[in-house]
Design a protein around this ligand. Structure first.
Ligand code: GTP
Ligand code: MG
Length: 174
């Protein structure tokens, strides 16, 4: 067992979550950080963040995960949000095609404002809603390939791939 109060090196990585309103960004974060899901969550206003410890190759890595409003009128200053980010989750809702089409807009914004090399993942959320799917897995995959991103479908509701998505991004940074 390693002691938790070691004075060893510490790694803190900033990861941002972006995407249209109501795609599930806040629930992906709450599922990951606190194992909580809220069916009636309110739209995010401004910026919130959570710090989460992840163990990689026996070393403790801390991820500071930032979540902002998808709605333009609630969004905090863009440059500050992206500054220093090493990882990003670009989220769309697999049941709403417009949110998938917006993904490239979010990527543009990320690329415009980021000041570092960012490990990026395209995330198709709400994969529990297979019966009302509007974007196929192949479409997600091919957009990710075209843009040079990782790709994963997740469900904040039933937890599918939520931890995996964050860990993959952190590993890529690390
Ligand atoms: P903004 O803060 O406005 O940008 O929205 P957001 O992207 O943070 O969305 P939020 O997490 O608030 O979720 C919006 C709605 O989608 C809520 O009613 C959630 O319960 C629901 N939701 C989120 N993730 C999932 C999921 O994986 N599956 C299903 N079925 N519903 C989800
Ligand atoms: Mg939110």
């Amino acid at each position: 067992m390693s002691s938790s109060d070691d004075e060893g090196e510490e790694y803190l990585f900033k990861i941002v979550i972006i995407g249209d309103s109501a795609v599930g960004k806040s629930n992906i974060l709450s599922r990951y950080a606190r194992n909580e899901f809220n069916l009636h969550s309110k739209a995010t206003i401004g910026v919130e963040f959570q710090t989460q410890s992840i163990e990689i190759n026996g070393k403790e890595v801390k991820a500071q995960i930032w979540d902002t409003a998808g709605q333009e009128r609630f969004r905090a200053v863009t440059c500050a949000y992206y500054r220093g980010a090493f990882g990003a989750l670009v989220v769309y809702d697999i049941t709403r095609r417009d949110t998938f089409e917006s993904a490239t807009k979010w990527l543009d914004e990320l690329r415009t404002h980021s000041d570092t090399t960012v490990a990026m993942m395209l995330v198709g959320n709400k994969c529990d809603l297979e019966n009302i799917r509007a974007v196929s897995i192949d479409e997600g995959k091919s957009l990710a390939e075209q843009e040079g991103l990782f790709f994963m479908e997740t469900s904040a509701l039933d937890s599918t791939n939520v931890t995996k998505a964050f860990e993959l991004v952190v590993r890529e940074i690390y």
